[in-house]
Design a protein around this ligand. Structure first.
Ligand code: IMP
Ligand code: ZN
Length: 342
């Protein structure tokens, strides 16, 4: 049985379920935003191509999280750049053969631009609507992220925003951010409220040893998440529990992110994708996390999977199709994807 060519993997209709908006902005797009602001005297930041040179990938988790607050958030700080970058991210995914995208973002305010967190979500959704019309091959839904550093009030506000904007395509709430920060038990009422509102929940899970204590993992599993991201530092008994807590739970695995940031020990062939992809029950979905930072589009994630885990053409196609079961976009979207991907 032949392997798929790189060009086949790119044209294969794909879904992407774990992509952080600000981390998915390409360096080219960041550079264009920077160039415009620089010319207008609106920024004193350094050129993103100097801050994040392509030939020097970000390889240190300690410099990865600060990159957002110290650079990307300071560059993308008004509605215009937010709109432009959101559209550019969707264009990039569409050009990589992604036909269904769940983008996630942490609502933030733009004090200089007079935009609050509600205005931020509104602006992202407006950009998504326009981009979907411009790139009709892709359909996009939005997940709102709670950051581990948030207070419970802030987390509740994210849930309220997700509920408010659910009629415009917000489908779920996520928990993300620096795994070294925060105590997740604080957010139990927020995730319970999200579920009660009919929203789905997806959680960054056991991303680092420091966020993989028995207490933290049990707290999160107690929320009955619909999907989990990363799933790295997971002891055997929790692995069994994951499959039991919600049969058919989605696992968003991000190979390049985990290898480049050395979140796992070893190279791609040591990634836990190899342990999960054949397991009955959980549905493994290869995802990019932050394609703008790691520079590995989802077609390349499939290429890595094929190369390091020796998947044959039928394995790739059936795994890609299985992912449809765990999207948050509803039955009509699943039907659409089954028509495109089968
Ligand atoms: P945003 O939510 O659209 O602003 O995307 C950037 C944010 O995503 C960062 O501030 C982080 O909180 C979060 N993020 C990006 N990558 C990761 C990851 O690998 N683990 C946890 N959080 C992440
Ligand atoms: Zn993530």
């Amino acid at each position: 049985m032949p392997m798929m060519l790189d060009s086949d993997l790119k044209s294969m209709p794909k879904i992407e379920l774990h992509a952080h908006l600000s981390g998915s902005i390409s360096r080219r797009c960041l550079h264009e935003i920077w160039r415009g602001k620089k010319a207008a005297g609106k920024t004193d930041l350094e050129d993103p191509l100097v801050v994040m040179p392509l030939e020097e990938p970000v390889v240190d988790i300690n410099s990865f999280f600060p990159l957002f607050s110290s650079y990307i958030y300071r560059l993308v700080d008004d509605v215009e750049s937010l709109h432009y970058s959101t559209s550019s991210v969707i264009e990039d995914f569409a050009n990589d053969g992604v036909v269904y995208l769940e983008l996630r973002t942490t609502p933030r305010s733009f004090p200089k631009g007079g935009l609050d967190r509600k205005g931020y979500v509104d602006a992202v959704l407006t950009a998504i609507d326009e981009a979907q019309q411009k790139y009709p091959s892709i359909q996009v839904r939005l997940i709102l992220s709670i950051d581990r550093r948030n207070t419970l009030d802030e987390a509740n506000e994210v849930v309220a925003l997700a509920t408010h904007f659910s009629s415009r395509g917000v489908v779920a709430v996520d928990l993300c951010g620096d795994p070294a920060k925060g105590d997740v038990s604080l957010f139990t009422p927020a995730f319970e409220a999200a579920k009660a509102q009919g929203l789905k929940i997806t959680i960054h899970f056991a991303e680092a040893a420091c966020s993989a204590s028995e207490t933290e993992l049990q707290t999160i599993l107690g929320w009955k998440p619909d999907r989990l991201g990363h799933v790295i530092h997971v002891p055997e008994h929790i692995r069994k529990q994951i499959a039991a807590v919600r049969p058919g739970i989605g696992l968003e695995l991000c190979l390049s992110c985990n290898v480049q940031l050395k979140m796992i020990t070893g190279d791609f062939d040591a990634h836990h994708f190899g342990e999960w992809w054949r397991v009955d029950g959980p549905v493994v979905v290869p995802c990019t996390d932050d394609v703008g930072v790691f520079d590995s589009p989802v077609s390349n994630e499939w290429k890595l999977i094929q190369r390091y885990f020796h998947l044959e053409r039928d394995d790739v196609l059936s795994l890609a199709r299985k992912g449809v079961d765990v999207i948050f976009g509803g039955d009509a979207q699943k039907t659409r994807l089954r028509e495109i991907m089968w």
